[in-house]
Design a protein around this ligand. Structure first.
Ligand code: UDP
Ligand code: MN
Length: 327
């Protein structure tokens, strides 16, 4: 009996050991995976197809179909123009927007034609968008060497975005086209995702502080008893609305109810925002957001123009960076 038990134990040990050795040897072996690869390829291409059709659905103008959820849509109008840092700016901006639900990006190129760079960029952005373009007339455009404050930038493009919103809302009564918010977001600023939830409930015009603007740490509306009573700004506080473009949002209903309101491209320095807001609200009606205008959730950052000294030197020798690579 003792002997038998020992034999059983030894046999059990041997079988386990051989099993383990066999399994270890299989680990390093190549398998005949062609069948696996084929079915994997099929799954990948099916998923790609589904992704493509989902993207196409997402990219149809939002106003032509009823909003998916009850969340008001945030329509973001962004003027943009071709320059070395453009794709970097748009990448940063779009990847912030990807964190925001129910957002529709209206990107307006300052250009006589839509460019392939921006068109392709939007196609792969994963965002719901509308791609528009309008060129700033020559006499209104900043020339090389002009100080940046000389003329307003992006006025025509913002007006083109407004035109599109008004036009697309025509004949859309059933789709509640006025259930939304309009915000003007320049392509170089920095936006906290929290800002978009602050503005989503805008009834008429909501306002909040903007950091790093107007030669100040921040500018903001000053709130007393829940109402805006004046503005904290370093320059001409007597302007009708001494607010930066990044510091307010307007309800779509108000935009549609005032078809004539637009940005005046000839407005004197610092008066572009006022030219649009003047006909829409009074200071008393402004809705303070961001904890009664005590939190900075957007920064008027500006991107340094990259120096191309070495690139130009190499180009002279025919050794410049490959122009086929998009930057
Ligand atoms: N912009 C434009 N065309 C121009 C210059 C600027 O469409 O010729 C856009 C720019 O991409 C940005 C907005 O207008 O979204 C404001 O321009 P910028 O950031 O240069 O203005 P600043 O920050 O100096 O006020
Ligand atoms: Mn800027």
């Amino acid at each position: 009996m003792r002997l038998k038990l020992k034999t059983v134990f030894v046999l059990y040990f041997m079988v386990s050991l051989f099993g383990l050795i066999y399994a270890l040897m299989q680990l390093g072996q190549r398998c005949d995976c062609t069948e696996h690869d084929m079915s994997r390829d099929r799954i990948i291409s099916r998923l790609r197809g589904e992704l493509h059709s989902l993207r196409e659905q997402m990219n149809k103008p939002e106003l032509t179909k009823p909003p998916k959820a009850s969340l008001p849509t945030i329509y973001i109008i962004t003027p943009t123009y071709a320059r070395l840092v453009q794709k970097a700016e748009l990448t940063r901006l779009s990847q912030t927007f990807l964190h925001v639900p129910q957002l529709h990006w209206i990107l307006v190129e300052d250009s006589p034609e839509k460019t392939a760079l921006v068109g392709e960029f939007l196609k792969h952005s994963g965002l719901t968008y509308t791609h528009l373009n309008v060129a700033t007339p020559r006499e209104r455009k900043l020339q090389e060497g002009d100080p940046s404050w000389l003329k307003p930038r992006g006025a025509e493009q913002r007006n083109e975005g407004l035109r599109w919103l008004r036009e697309s809302s025509r004949g859309q009564q059933g789709a509640r086209p006025d259930h939304g918010v309009v915000y003007f977001a320049d392509d170089d600023n920095t936006y906290s995702v929290q800002l978009f939830e602050e503005m989503r409930g805008t009834q008429m015009v909501s306002v909040w502080p903007v950091g790093l603007v107007g030669g100040m740490r921040f500018e903001r509306p000053v709130v007393e008893g829940g109402r805006v009573v004046r503005f904290h700004t370093g320059w001409r506080p007597s302007r009708p609305f001494p607010l930066d473009m990044a510091g307010f949002a307007v309800s779509l209903r108000l935009v549609l109810a005032n078809p004539e309101s637009r940005f005046d491209g000839d407005a004197p320095m610092g008066f572009l925002e006022s030219s649009f807001l003047q006909g829409l609200v009074t200071m008393e009606e402004l809705e303070p957001k961001a904890d009664m205008c005590t939190k900075v959730l957007v920064w008027h950052t500006r991107t340094e123009k990259p120096k191309m000294k070495r690139e130009e030197a190499l180009q002279k020798q025919g050794l410049g960076s490959d122009p086929a690579v998009e930057v």
